[in-house]
Design a protein around this ligand. Sequence first.
Ligand SMILES: Cc1cc2nc3c(=O)[nH]c(=O)nc-3n(C[C@H](O)[C@H](O)[C@H](O)COP(=O)(O)OP(=O)(O)OC[C@H]3O[C@@H](n4cnc5c(N)ncnc54)[C@H](O)[C@@H]3O)c2cc1C
Ligand code: SF4
Length: 485
Amino acid sequence: MVDPRGFLTVRERELPPRRPVPLRLMDWREVYETQDRAQLKRQAGRCMDCGIPFCHNACPLGNLIPEWNDLVSRGDMREAIERLHATNNFPEFTGKLCPAPCESACVLGINQPPVTIKQVEVMIAENAADSGWITPQVPERLTGKTVAVIGSGPAGLAAAQQLTRSGHTVAVYERDDKIGGLMRYGIPEFKMERSVLDRRLAQMEAEGTRFRAGVNIGVDITGEQLRDRYDAIVVATGATQWREVDLPGRDLAGIHQAMEYLPPTNRIAVGEERPADYIDAHGLDVVIIGGGDTGSDCYGTALRQGAKSVTQLDIYPMGPQERAETEPWPTMPKVFSVSSSHEEGGERKFSASTQAFIGEDGKVTGLRIVEVRKVDGVWTPVEGTEQDLPAQLVLLAIGFSGPEHGDLVGQLGLQADARTRFTRTPGYATSTPGVFVAGDAGRGQSLIVWAIAEGRACAASVDEFLMGDTALPSPIRADAVPLTA
Ligand SMILES: Cc1cc2nc3c(=O)[nH]c(=O)nc-3n(C[C@H](O)[C@H](O)[C@H](O)COP(=O)(O)OP(=O)(O)OC[C@H]3O[C@@H](n4cnc5c(N)ncnc54)[C@H](O)[C@@H]3O)c2cc1C
Ligand code: SF4
């Protein structure tokens, strides 16, 4: 360590500036600016190189956080990217998009602000890309084995990269017109620009991974055909089956699911032609039902489209500013969080539940909401708190129930658990020989970091199935659970 007392001399947590709100509302570019190198080194130098690094344990990838913090504080960015890539195929995705359970578990966080781990990670990754260090790792020899990956989100891509580098011939099938899963058309451009994804895909293509976009497996090619053509199959189809609300007025025009709204907008953000299903919030009162991250993505998107007003409804009460006693370190606490979108305008309402949609001439004009409290575990309306909100556009961001169950399920002999997720062994295998499941399809809607960890671990199981042995790392079992209270 450059200075073993670094955490005592630098007590503040410093992050790079965010672009000014009026400026960022005029475009779709990322919100954060680059961090000054001296500040980055100072911040990385706050790491205590703990004997038991809880940060490392909280990360499903097992990222070697104290090691790369030390390297960055010394200015050795080249070795830092090597250590980062040792556990994470796509550190720029997690550096930009992860909610960072590692920071919640950082030992320094017990009595000081935690180390800015996620920021250090993204700076190592961005610096490596700028320096030309993200080069293809082409396998020295091919095994002659073939693998089909269904779904091109972070789980499918991580599995594909690991297996390609092991010498297998890998094709990734994606029903969308472009590769990337939810990182392509789900997550808004202002959180991660698509050029970051494309840069990584170019590396994978140069390594030999084949991408087949616009192919819906189960429809265009059946599961049986795929099994005939390939030695192994990885199902990484995500958990994109959205939840519905069953409320009076749901059939009014102007009420949409978040994932009906975000993808066409994300196409516009990257300069594609305006699609027929584009939903424009310009000049409208927008209400978003759901207080989570998908709701926050709709929030920032509607503000950029020039909505007249944006209101996000959260059924949960406003979280505390600090950890509650029931959520002690090193768990990931549910505290009040302000996303970059929330800084940009609009309004958030907590303890708010929707009772009905109101409309005129078949179109939504508002919602009736009521304040709720949990009584005996049930959300119960507080009498006299009913209120009508104007809304010409309502977006439902209330989560996803599990993977979609199309023809593929029967064709590959997949089975599902009570939450509709595809069942697999702790080693990612299904009951159909040679068919594996990774990512949200098996875990349920989760996070990119878990999808990458599952993709890596699933690749190790596939490699072992194909070759009888594997040297690939397997960071987590399929039944691993996150570190929460
Ligand atoms: C709006 C939104 C914002 C999010 N923001 C964040 C964030 O900021 N940070 C974070 O960590 N997580 C975020 N998440 C969650 C994260 O995106 C997912 O957990 C992650 O993408 C899951 O990866 P995956 O590879 O399992 O599946 P996905 O990314 O869902 O990819 C699955 C792919 O499989 C394809 N597919 C499905 N069926 C077939 C078929 N039959 N044939 C061919 N292709 C098929 C789908 O089209 C899809 O592209 C967000 C999710 C949403 C919806
Ligand atoms: S827990 Fe925090 S201080 Fe300790 S090694 Fe990890 S990042 Fe450094």
